[in-house]
Design a protein around this ligand. Structure first.
Ligand SMILES: Cc1cc2nc3c(=O)[nH]c(=O)nc-3n(C[C@H](O)[C@H](O)[C@H](O)COP(=O)(O)OP(=O)(O)OC[C@H]3O[C@@H](n4cnc5c(N)ncnc54)[C@H](O)[C@@H]3O)c2cc1C
Ligand code: SF4
Length: 259
């Protein structure tokens, strides 16, 4: 029920989950954040222009009508996890941080019971049902977002690259959190926005960083690993290089908070 502003500026969130606060404060504008609910942000739909342009085909809006973006304007579209049915991206900033942190979503089911959904399982890839953005079942109500015990409160950064500094969604974003002890990374939380139909958790990259030193060469190696397997279109090839550099920068900025 809280607004994005209330959550991002809550003193406990600011001190214990500053990565989440930083990501939320990068979204939209102050006016929109004051109105946007956390439940609504979890369920906001893609900004693909064909989704809004009702004279154009769009499988997400009208299943079976085709995908206008596939051979159309797709410079802002996905480079990972898409299908021939939909190549859209998820636009949320908050959700990228929640993916990096490893949140859980609690939902109230129509039969009166509750269930918990791991954040990485909450949003879905398009497959052959792009009209479905999440794994919610009809009638379910989001009642809470659970956060794990506080981590990454010293080393964190949310890097959002966008076409203008306000009222704009991410072309690419990176949520990076590090736990560093005695000069070694003991845990990493890493996720990207603007690259897939869902917040893109970089599990292999997180595992790679664990036990490594927070050096530029390790950050460069993990960025290359994270972008491995990207399948861009002609118009969004820029996202591969931008994504790699954004990961290095977000990790560097995160670590520099500590030193
Ligand atoms: C111009 C503009 C720019 C924006 N830029 C950004 C940006 O850069 N980054 C970003 O992250 N976001 C951005 N947003 C999105 C914004 O931050 C809001 O998150 C989004 O508009 C959702 O708004 P809302 O809370 O009013 O949700 P609503 O529109 O009220 O809800 C969205 C959907 O979720 C459902 N819903 C809401 N709460 C629940 C619940 N508890 N359980 C089940 N279903 C629920 C509603 O029924 C509805 O279907 C932007 C929005 C605009 C208009
Ligand atoms: S990318 Fe997805 S949302 Fe955009 S036109 Fe294709 S089906 Fe619709």
């Amino acid at each position: 029920m809280l607004s994005n502003s209330e959550t991002a500026n809550n003193p406990e969130i600011r001190t214990k989950y500053p990565l989440l606060s930083m990501a939320m404060l990068s979204a939209a504008t102050a006016q929109i954040r004051n109105m946007a609910s956390n439940g609504g942000n979890l369920l906001q739909r893609t900004r693909c222009p064909y989704f809004f342009e009702t004279s154009m085909p769009c499988n997400k809006r009208k299943p079976g009508s085709g995908c206008g973006a596939l051979n159309g304007m797709n410079s802002n579209h996905a480079i990972f996890g898409y299908s021939e049915h939909c190549i859209a991206t998820n636009p949320s900033d908050m959700c990228v941080a929640l993916a990096a942190i490893g949140a859980t979503v609690e939902v109230h089911k129509p039969d009166g019971d509750s269930r918990m959904i791991e954040f990485d399982d909450f949003h879905r890839l398009p497959g052959n049902q792009p009209e479905k953005d999440t794994t919610l079942i009809k009638g379910e109500l989001i009642t809470a977002i659970h956060l794990p015990k506080p981590e990454f409160s010293d080393c964190y950064y949310y890097l959002k690259i966008r076409e203008r500094s306000s009222y704009a969604y991410a072309l690419i974003s990176v949520a990076a959190g590090l736990e560093v002890k005695d000069g070694v990374i003991t845990k990493a939380g890493l996720a990207m926005g603007g690259v897939a139909h869902k917040p893109w958790k970089l599990t292999k990259a997180e595992e790679f960083l664990s036990g490594k030193k927070p050096t530029l060469s390790n950050f460069e190696a993990v960025a290359e690993l994270a972008m491995d397997g990207a399948k861009p279109f002609e118009a969004n090839k820029y996202k591969v290089e931008m994504g790699e550099k954004a990961i290095v920068r977000a990790l560097t900025q995160a670590y520099e908070r500590k030193v």
